[in-house]
Design a protein around this ligand. Structure first.
Ligand SMILES: CC1=C(CCC(=O)O)c2cc3nc(cc4[nH]c(cc5[nH]c(cc1n2)c(C)c5CCC(=O)O)c(CCC(=O)O)c4C)C(CCC(=O)O)=C3C
Ligand SMILES: [Fe+2]
Length: 375
């Protein structure tokens, strides 16, 4: 029996769901090989690499990201089976075991010919979108004939379940701030800094990375106001800057921003990492270690909001996007959910979207997708 015989008609033509993630080290001996995988050919200064290596070392060399993905896969399997949807869930990473190429081989061995991929990155940018698609293309070529065909589910930043999970995170964190500061607290939304040039070329028309984050920050703040009755002031700031010092990256940095807020007399802050789908190293180190230390030094009450992680509404979002795309591929008309501007993201990336700053490379899941290897 081929796996397609048992596919639920609501999921056809998909025979599997593939969670595609970044990957992270699982122990001290993995730290350097992992960093080498991530930074190959990228010109990251050695000092930055040593610094980031120390962040991992301080956590026993283990990033939380793999366990987060294991939980997400388990949450997806649970929800799919609750809905009576019979489909296997696989997980492959760009930079660490289980690698994408190994997972594609495992899928093929299980008889999978076509799968939908959920990429654990919510926004448009080279780092968060095309780079995943390039690594998928590399894995497809590495496997060769018989490799399953992969479609990437659209970006999830505007999905009701992603927004709801972040609203819950912010409301929960507000509850951790002393009552006398909470009403006047500032909501500080945090995402990964990227080079300004990468931000400018993100998405089909440019500028998508910042615009999408601004839309999420505004929508979450509105929904927090609806829940709490307080219209909080908010900002969008950045963490985890890398690259050479003379190259402009998105600013302000979270730590500099906390200084500015303290100087302005703001009594408390909630840091909401809307740029990250789960608690990985940027959250564990840059926010929970460094930024919370900065806040303490400044005498600011501060709490960090939970990431979407395995929030049930977020798990539902992934299932919804899978069902939606399956319907699209069957030629049915669909109603696309999307909250706030800029409106639902594309299923298939336009050719000019999120270009590689080091020059073009083959990428899957776009209009410029190369042909799959044939036997
Ligand atoms: C936008 C964005 C996301 C969010 C979207 C997404 O989730 O994909 C993200 C996620 C992540 N980034 C991660 C780790 C690293 N990123 C690095 C380097 C870089 N990231 C960049 C951007 C992003 N990165 C950029 C522009 C660079 C410079 C080099 C380059 O041009 O590519 C470096 C090298 C050292 C350094 O330069 O800091 C490391 C170790 C991990 C794993 C964490 C863990 O282990 O828990 C995750 C989830
Ligand atoms: Fe990164």
């Amino acid at each position: 029996m081929s796996s397609s015989d048992s596919v639920d008609s609501r999921l056809a033509p998909y025979e599997a769901l593939l969670v595609v993630s970044f990957g992270g080290p699982e122990g001290q001996e993995d730290v350097i090989p992992f960093l080498e995988n991530v930074t190959r050919g990228k010109g990251i200064p050695t000092e930055r690499l040593e610094e980031v290596g120390e962040h991992y070392r301080a956590f026993g060399g283990k990033s939380p990201i793999n366990d987060q993905n294991r939980s997400l896969v388990a949450g997806l399997e649970h929800r799919l089976s609750e809905m009576g949807l019979s489909i296997p869930v696989y997980w492959g990473n760009r930079n660490w075991d289980p690698y994408l190429s190994d997972e594609l081989r495992r899928m093929a061995a299980d008889g999978i010919t076509r799968a939908a991929a959920f990429v654990t990155s919510a926004y448009s940018s080279y780092s968060g979108c095309r780079q995943y698609r390039e690594d998928l293309a590399e894995a497809v070529v590495a496997m060769g004939p018989g490799v399953p065909r992969i479609d990437r589910l659209r970006h999830c930043f505007d999905q009701p379940g992603f927004i709801a999970a972040n609203v819950d995170g912010v409301v929960g964190a507000l509850g951790e701030i002393p009552a006398e500061s909470a009403e006047r607290a500032r909501l500080v939304y945090v995402t990964h800094s990227i080079p300004v040039s990468m931000a400018q070329t993100s998405g089909p028309a440019g500028g998508a990375y910042v615009a999408q984050h601004e839309a999420v920050a505004r929508t979450v703040t509105e929904q927090v106001a609806a829940r709490t009755g307080v219209e909080y002031q908010y900002d969008l700031v950045y963490c985890s800057r890398s690259g050479p010092p003379d190259m402009p990256w998105l600013e302000p940095d979270i730590n500099d921003h906390l200084e500015a807020l303290a100087a302005a007399g703001v009594p408390g802050v909630v840091m909401a990492p809307i740029g990250f789908l789960s608690d990985h190293m940027e959250v564990a180190y840059d926010l929970d270690t460094e930024a919370l230390d900065t806040a303490a030094r400044l005498g600011l009450s501060a709490a960090r909001a939970a990431t979407a992680g395995t929030h049930p509404d977020f798990v539902d979002t992934v299932v919804d996007l899978l069902l939606e795309r399956a319907a699209v591929e069957r030629g049915e008309s669909v109603t696309r959910s999307s909250i706030g501007p800029p409106g639902p993201s594309h299923d298939v990336c336009p050719a000019a979207c999120c270009p590689n700053p080091r020059g073009p490379k083959p990428a899957l899941c776009g209009t410029d997708e190369p042909p799959y290897p044939r036997s």
